[in-house]
Design a binder for this molecule. Structure first.
Ligand SMILES: CC(=O)N[C@H](C=O)[C@@H](O)[C@H](O)[C@H](O)COP(=O)(O)O
Length: 220
């Protein structure tokens, strides 16, 4: 479903971002498609539906929801998954870390998305162990998305290429490199290590953060 060797562009903007909203994210997805993206990753039914309307590229849908007292926020339950599938997602991305969640166990969630919704699952994980578990539970893709963002892994700089390599060697699922890939050279490195696809978000679709990087090089 996700072509091997493709660049996936993550088109996401939170409420505090001037580009928040389905119209902006659909425009980002069109720009990404014109630039050669092989797929899109997007958050929430409204953005997913708007992007679905403008592209036939494979669309990874997630549904972020922050529940008080629970660290898991990427598609935390079945209702969240169903909503993005109904909006047009081809693949469902979800948090497959071992962290506490407000709902059914991730193994059940993966099985229900594949069985009841008939969609492949992309497991966002932070460690090799979590990737291996997610594969055993039926995840079609395993992505390094959460490395650097969990208690055990926080504070990492740059993409987790070591995790990409370890997953390729030991996990058995198609490995998606994701998180802090901000140069074409890093993307090429991930593919050289055996990644099936690479997701780039901030470095392509967040002009505020791109501006910050350039502004940091200016004297005032
Ligand atoms: C940790 C988390 O919630 N990651 C999110 C997952 O959907 C997004 O906020 C990231 O932008 C995405 O993973 C792409 O990564 P980067 O923007 O670094 O290229």
């Amino acid at each position: 479903m996700l072509p091997q060797g493709s660049l996936i562009v993550s088109c996401q903007a939170r409420a505090d971002n001037p580009l928040h909203g389905p119209a902006f994210m659909a425009a980002m997805a069109r720009a990404a498609a014109q630039g050669g993206a092989g797929g899109i990753r997007a958050d929430g039914p409204a953005d997913v539906a708007a992007i679905r309307a403008v592209t036939t590229l494979p669309l990874i849908g997630l549904n972020k929801r922050w529940d008080e007292g629970f660290p898991v926020y990427i598609t935390p339950d079945f209702a969240a998954a169903r909503a993005v599938v109904q909006a047009g997602a081809d693949i469902v991305a979800l948090d497959a870390t071992a962290r506490p969640r407000n709902g059914e166990p991730v193994a059940t969630l993966i099985a229900r998305i594949r069985g009841e919704l008939g969609k492949p699952v992309l497991a966002d994980i932070a460690t090799l162990e979590q990737g291996v578990a997610a594969r055993a539970w039926g995840a079609d893709y395993v992505a390094t998305t959460l490395s650097g963002y969990t208690e055990d892994t926080q504070g990492a700089e740059g993409p987790d290429l070591a995790l990409v390599a370890a997953l390729v060697r030991e996990c058995g699922a198609k490995v998606i490199a994701e998180g802090r890939f901000d140069t074409p050279a890093l993307v090429a490195q991930a593919f050289a290590l055996g990644a099936h696809a690479v997701v780039v978000g901030t470095a392509i679709t967040n002009p505020r953060e791109i501006t910050r990087r350039f502004a940091a090089a200016a004297p005032r």
